[in-house]
Design a protein around this ligand. Structure first.
Ligand SMILES: [Fe+2]
Length: 358
């Protein structure tokens, strides 16, 4: 049977024109035992469509690991082992600076927990692919994900959804001066960013940290080395399509390193035309937020409606994602998640890309 790729059903809230290439349901193959030929086709589709769904998949943790390793091409970094059973569903209530009131929560109001890329962001390279396999999906009414950032934005979401946005769209919709800044900028992440950010609190959209000076001081972190800190381009070039994806984990970002405009580029309206090393956390976060917030608008979010035995493969170097919602005690959710640190870092825009957009 030939592999079939079908468009993913989009919610009514989605702007279909922005999802033409995003996401496919894969039919006609058993993801647990792909032939080498099928594997190549799946891998190619993953880079072209960023998220692949296999329904009714029967997959042991070992098969999931093997599939992830095949695509991810690296070594295991999940501390918990090869396939982690995520029984504790993280919720915004412990991570955001403000929270939805218990009364509103009872009415089904919720938030994005944390927009991110799966990555250690220290020493190891970001995984290329993450696989999520839904073992037990709670059923319940649709919730309303509220942005609570003064825009009035909100998005109806299935209970316990995983929300995705395209890093390509995040770049494509930027105005010229921010595209120019994005292609010239690298992010320097904090050492042990998750330990560093642990005492701090997130924005109501889950898209980064409020600047309140709560981060753990660098001298109180576990031992770290400057040369193991990650410095990654803001823009990651898709190795199959050549598309540019805006890939920043905003919570871990500590500094921005901006290259000057290339020779011959117009300085008119250009931001940081002579380059900069931005170390002020508020300035770093404000700039990233300005560039990333447009892409999490309700019309640009794909909230996956999980069914039991859904297997989702996503291109971790091409999308950002977030857990959404909170469960009552009797709503059990169990997933097997697997991702592997890659053996190399993502590649940034080429000299030609920089010339084109700067
Ligand atoms: Fe994740």
């Amino acid at each position: 049977m030939a592999i079939e790729l079908l468009s993913l059903p989009l919610p009514a809230t989605a702007d279909a024109s922005k999802f033409a290439d995003f996401g496919r349901e894969v039919r006609g193959v058993d993801p647990g035992s792909l032939t080498p030929e099928q594997f190549e086709k799946v891998k190619d589709a993953l880079y072209k469509h960023d998220a692949l769904l296999f329904r009714n998949a029967n997959l042991t943790p070992e098969q999931q690991y093997a599939l992830t390793k095949l695509i991810g091409n690296g070594t295991v970094y999940n501390h918990e082992g090869l396939a982690e059973a995520m029984l504790k569903h993280p919720s915004h209530t412990t991570f955001h600076k403000t929270r939805v009131t218990p009364e509103d929560e009872a009415k089904g109001i919720t938030r994005f927990y944390r927009w991110h890329i799966d990555a250690a962001l220290y020493d190891l390279s970001p995984p290329k692919v993450t696989t999520l396999y839904g073992l037990k999906i709670p059923s319940g009414p649709t919730q309303i994900c509220r942005y609570d950032d003064g825009t009035g934005d909100e998005l109806p979401v299935p209970l316990g959804t995983t929300a995705f946005v395209s890093g390509k769209t995040m770049f494509d919709i930027l105005p010229k001066e921010l595209k120019s800044l994005a292609v010239r900028t690298k992010v320097k992440y904090a050492p042990h960013p998750y330990v560093w950010m642990a005492p701090s609190r997130a924005m109501p959209t889950g898209l980064g940290i409020e600047t309140e000076g709560l981060e753990l001081p660098l001298d109180q972190l576990p031992p770290w080395e400057e040369n193991k800190r990650k410095v990654l381009p803001v823009i990651w070039k898709n190795p199959v399509t050549g598309n540019l994806h805006f890939q920043v984990h905003p919570c871990g970002a500590a500094e921005l390193i901006v290259d000057p405009l290339p020779e011959g580029a117009s300085r008119e309206g250009a931001l940081y035309p002579d380059g900069a090393n931005i170390t002020d956390l508020k300035e770093v976060r404000d700039l990233l937020y300005k560039m990333q917030r447009p892409a999490i608008a309700p019309s640009l979010v794909y909230p996956h409606d999980w069914h039991e035995k859904d297997l989702v493969l996503f291109h971790n170097r091409g999308v950002l994602h977030s857990v959404v919602g909170a469960f009552t005690k009797d709503q059990v959710r169990a997933f097997h998640q697997c991702n592997l640190a890659a053996s190399d870092d993502p590649v940034g825009p080429t000299v030609e890309d920089v010339k084109k957009y700067a």
